[in-house]
Design a protein around this ligand. Structure first.
Ligand SMILES: [Zn+2]
Length: 239
């Protein structure tokens, strides 16, 4: 696959200009293997990375927050979103699992399948900063100032947060983890789920006689690659 910045150099330049305008202490460049995304992770293959200090204005004040971050763009950007790595000593994520950061410093900005609801495929890096990174940074800054998570919004990190998102997609409470996982497995299938599967609602009926329309609708709406990533997290953290 030809990487996005080689296939479309004009788009790369446009992204670079827009980023420089929106977040002047960050740069967008083509990085060689070995480039450190943070203290723990190095690039394995050449890629475009947005890196530096990102500033977020604090509403109703003249000050701003500053965090060192790196956004790694995948070769098929912007069909697929960037991945954010934290690289700021202010963020004590190594010792605190509620910080929404994975082991190598990869920020958990949302449940994987939820990212496209905030950042539809084809969006820009600046939109990724505004929609996903800024709210995450504000959340972290509140935690730093008050020594506890803020009262608003974030889902639980890991398995419980993922289950919550898929229960919302179902639209009514699913009876339990087993059913939620069965729903996710249908959404992760390569082809539209067919009627012979057991329905994840737990009715004991086949999908075709039960919730097939709902499952088919959500299968089309969510990207199965993201659902698969979410399933892997659920499996690792399920006893
Ligand atoms: Zn059902």
């Amino acid at each position: 696959m030809t990487a996005w910045y080689k296939k479309n150099p004009e788009f790369f330049e446009k992204e670079r200009r827009e980023l420089a305008k929106a977040s002047p202490l960050m740069g967008l460049s083509i990085m060689r293997p070995g480039f450190p995304l943070n203290r723990y992770t190095k690039l394995e293959t050449e890629a475009v990375v947005a890196h530096g200090t990102h500033q977020v204005a604090i509403p109703n004040s003249h000050s701003h927050l500053e965090y060192k971050i790196a956004l790694l763009t995948p070769p098929n950007f912007p069909d697929r979103p960037p991945v954010m790595f934290c690289d700021d000593p202010k963020l004590p994520w190594r010792h605190n699992p509620d910080r929404h950061v994975f082991g190598q410093g990869q920020a958990c900005l949302a449940v994987n399948a939820e990212i496209q609801l905030h950042w539809p495929p084809g969006s820009t890096l600046v939109k990724f900063l505004e929609r996903l990174v800024d709210p995450w940074i504000v959340w972290q800054a509140y935690y730093d100032a008050h020594d506890e998570p803020p009262p608003w919004g974030a889902r639980d990190h890991g398995r419980e947060g993922i289950f919550d998102f898929y229960r919302e997609q179902w639209g009514q409470p699913l009876p339990g983890a087993f059913q939620t996982k069965a729903f996710m497995e249908l959404l992760a299938m390569k082809k539209t789920p067919k009627g012979h599967h057991p329905c994840p609602c737990g009715s004991g009926k086949k999908l075709r006689d039960c919730h097939l329309p709902l499952v088919a609708e959500k299968w089309s709406a969510l990207d199965r690659r993201d659902v698969k990533k979410d399933l892997e997290i659920v499996k690792v953290t399920t006893e």
